[in-house]
Ligand binder design. Sequence first.
Ligand SMILES: CCCCCCCC/C=C\CCCCCCCC(=O)SCCNC(=O)CCNC(=O)[C@H](O)C(C)(C)COP(=O)(O)OP(=O)(O)OC[C@H]1O[C@@H](n2cnc3c(N)ncnc32)[C@H](O)[C@@H]1OP(=O)(O)O
Length: 168
Amino acid sequence: MPTDIEPLARHPKATRPGEKIGLHHSMCYGCGDEAPVGLRITVVAGEGVTTTATMKVEDWMQGGPGVIHGGVLSAAFDEVMGTTPLLLRKPVVTGHLAIDYAKPIPLGSTVHFTCEILGGVGRKIYTRAYAHLGDPDVLVAGAHALFIEIDLEKHFAGYRDKAVHAGE
Ligand SMILES: CCCCCCCC/C=C\CCCCCCCC(=O)SCCNC(=O)CCNC(=O)[C@H](O)C(C)(C)COP(=O)(O)OP(=O)(O)OC[C@H]1O[C@@H](n2cnc3c(N)ncnc32)[C@H](O)[C@@H]1OP(=O)(O)O
């Protein structure tokens, strides 16, 4: 993290604490409710620039035997942390993501995520998140990520014709 990182404030019109932050795309692997295969994670706004989320560990998420695949957990952290900057009303993409895997996570468990925005510099937004299985004092994983604010139209120009929509 840079030394000149500055605190970032919640946007006045951000999703209120306790409310769900809306989907960014119905077919998104992370949040989409119509994606044929996906994590279907719903991120809930917390106080300030924090969020929470939960994810049930389904059988198809197995690395194994009997535990979640590390890449699935990584995608879940990406989703939770990437959604959190919407509290700033800033669209972002992931620049860098680092995961610490502390304990195996069994199939059938529910992973609870907590995330906070640590601050930013220019277009860079730094986040941190933790995961537990119901007891916040027993962490099973942690993550740091750098997100970069983008101009949505420019970033996805040239890709939108490849977009997959539900029912097609
Ligand atoms: C699945 C898509 C989701 C899309 C969401 C749309 C918005 C919706 C909003 C919200 C809901 C979101 C929920 C989703 C959650 C999941 C998010 C994902 O998984 S996103 C997919 C994976 N990520 C990419 O595909 C990025 C690919 N990379 C790029 O497109 C570019 O590299 C980009 C935009 C990240 C930066 O490119 P530049 O040309 O705009 O800017 P430059 O100057 O290179 O970087 C800006 C600053 O960031 C630093 N930077 C960039 N990458 C870095 C890195 N890996 N490590 C450290 N610093 C890095 C640079 O050094 C620079 O810093 P200095 O301003 O000079 O101080």
